[in-house]
Design a protein around this ligand. Structure first.
Ligand code: FAD
Length: 466
């Protein structure tokens, strides 16, 4: 009879929602097994998401900056816009990914009570699992489990979606060339980031979005401003569309779609379907347990425990918001809870995130719409980066800041910034929102000059003076 390995905690999935939980539990001396089905530790974020997309963006933004060199008194005698050597970009991506994956594995392997296993895990009951290895199977008995299998790209039921050259976001990361023209089906964060990256690299890009506006849950004023910016930068943004079909072959495609009941056709060398992601529950053996799920994700209580006592779920697997730092915050909270320590489970109203559009769009806390929908009486302290010293110096003055605060006590419930550099403003924004900082406190904080963070103090003091 095959031996059964008995452990304290089984963690399935080595992404941002799994690895930090496994490591925190092992650091505290629990016997932990972390099972990962992919190429290494890091998950979608490392291999197909956050990191590779930002590696591409770095090349795109640098190319764009070189194209603007004349404005800064730098003359490029000869070629004005650098040619893209895509093979080098992809090699750089592989190098950074491998380095990060190896670093993560080394850290995990340094923990004596953590066993990292590369294979596919499947629950076989409320306290048992089977791990499929390339050449063997291992039976596991566990006391607790953390499910962190993430999400996979949404497959839309569009005729032609399966044609060669019609890619999902993960395949787009692997692309071997910069397409002449690119049609992106989906105007969410991934669609917008990819649109601007490839447009800056020289592709002709169109976004086809089903809903009336791009970036649905984002601050509406900032989303509208960014949509105008995309158009001004030559990206076509078609909203309220219904895709009828994708036709063609690996070399050239045609997207047939309807907008306002008018039939439209769009030719594109590459079509990418980037319309969100759905929780990865397939093959996880949930049916052998009481764990429940629907199309939004695995159902959990406020402590991220599923309907099966002792089995927890984190990250993209439990649905929106789908961000790496959110998954990690959940993972660490579950670990603390399992160790019997007080755990602050992350709350959506305190989340922060960045869409790495151009300019960057950072958000912390509630949008004005979400705050009103929650019954809060709020006002907005606004700021236009066209008057900002730092933004003028960097040549990127196009942007807006919106600080959402309660009218009664002027506590800040949300900070939303669209400006190149917004990513690095979100630390202060998250701190302000999480701690219910008031406009007065923000105005009284001394922000260094000339930096973008000054905008927080200036917006607050202007609103207080009104
Ligand atoms: P994942 O990272 O998906 O990890 C799940 C892991 O589980 C995978 O490694 C998978 O191989 C493994 N697995 C699945 N099934 C099994 C099984 N049965 N047995 C063993 N292992 C299994 N987020 C940000 O915060 N910032 C960004 O800038 C950002 N950019 C993104 C850009 C793109 C293009 C995409 C697609 C996503 C981006 N995200 C970003 C989202 C981010 O990648 C996810 O929110 C995050 O990776 C979720 O972490 P997770 O651990 O829940 O899931």
């Amino acid at each position: 009879m095959a031996t059964v390995k008995k452990i304290d905690v089984l963690v399935i999935g080595g992404g941002p929602g799994g690895t930090p939980a496994a490591m925190a539990l092992a650091q505290a001396g629990r016997e932990v097994m972390l099972v990962e089905a992919g190429r290494g530790l890091g998950g979608t974020c490392l291999f197909e998401g956050c990191i590779p997309s930002k590696i591409f963006r770095e090349t795109a933004v640098r190319r764009h900056a070189i194209a603007q060199a004349g404005e800064f008194g730098l003359r490029l005698d000869g070629r004005e816009i650098p040619a893209v050597d895509w093979a080098v970009v992809q090699t750089r991506r592989h190098r950074i990914l491998n380095q990060r994956a190896q670093g993560a594995l080394a850290k995990a392997r340094a923990l004596p009570s953590l066993e990292v296993v590369f294979g596919r895990a499947r629950l076989t009951g409320p306290r048992t699992a089977l791990v499929e290895l390339p050449d063997a199977r291992r039976s596991i008995a566990f006391d607790r489990a953390v499910l962190a299998t993430g999400s996979v790209p949404n497959r839309l039921p569009i005729p032609g979606a399966e044609l060669p050259g019609v890619l999902d976001s993960e395949q787009l990361i692997e692309i071997g060339f910069v397409p002449e023209s690119l049609a992106l089906i989906g105007g969410g964060p991934i669609g917008v980031e990819m649109a601007q990256i490839f447009a800056m690299l020289g592709s002709r890009v169109t976004i086809l979005e089903a809903t009336p506006r791009i970036l649905g849950p984002v601050d509406a004023v900032l989303a509208a401003h960014l949509a105008e910016r995309l158009e001004a930068d030559g990206i076509r943004v078609q909203t309220g569309v219904h895709i009828d079909a994708v036709e063609g072959d690996a070399q050239a495609h045609r997207v047939r779609y309807r907008q306002d009941d008018k039939e439209q056709k769009l030719a594109a060398q590459v079509v990418a379907i980037v319309a969100g992601r759905y929780p990865n529950v397939d093959g996880l053996g949930l049916e052998t347990t009481a764990v429940q799920h629907d199309r939004h994700g695995v159902k959990v209580d406020e402590r991220l425990q599923t309907h099966e006592t002792g089995i927890y779920a984190t990250g993209d697997l439990v649905g929106h918001p789908m961000f790496a730092h959110w998954a990690t915050a959940q993972a660490l909270a579950v670990a603390r809870h399992l160790l019997g320590a007080p755990a602050a489970f992350p709350r959506p109203e305190y989340n922060s995130a960045v869409i790495f559009s151009y300019p960057e769009l950072g958000m912390a806390g509630l949008t004005e719409e979400a705050a009103r929908a929650a019954g809060l009486d709020v006002a907005v302290a606004a700021y236009d980066y066209r008057i900002d010293a730092r933004a003028q110096i960097s040549g990127e003055p196009d942007g807006l800041l919106r600080i959402v605060y309660r009218r009664d006590d002027r506590r800040i419930v949300g900070i939303h910034a669209l400006v190149e550099g917004a990513a690095d403003l979100m630390g202060e924004a998250a701190l302000a929102v999480r701690n219910g900082i008031t406009l007065e406190q923000l105005a009284a904080s001394i922000h260094p000059h000339p930096t973008l963070t000054e905008s927080f103090g200036l917006a607050a003091s202007t609103a207080l003076a009104e």
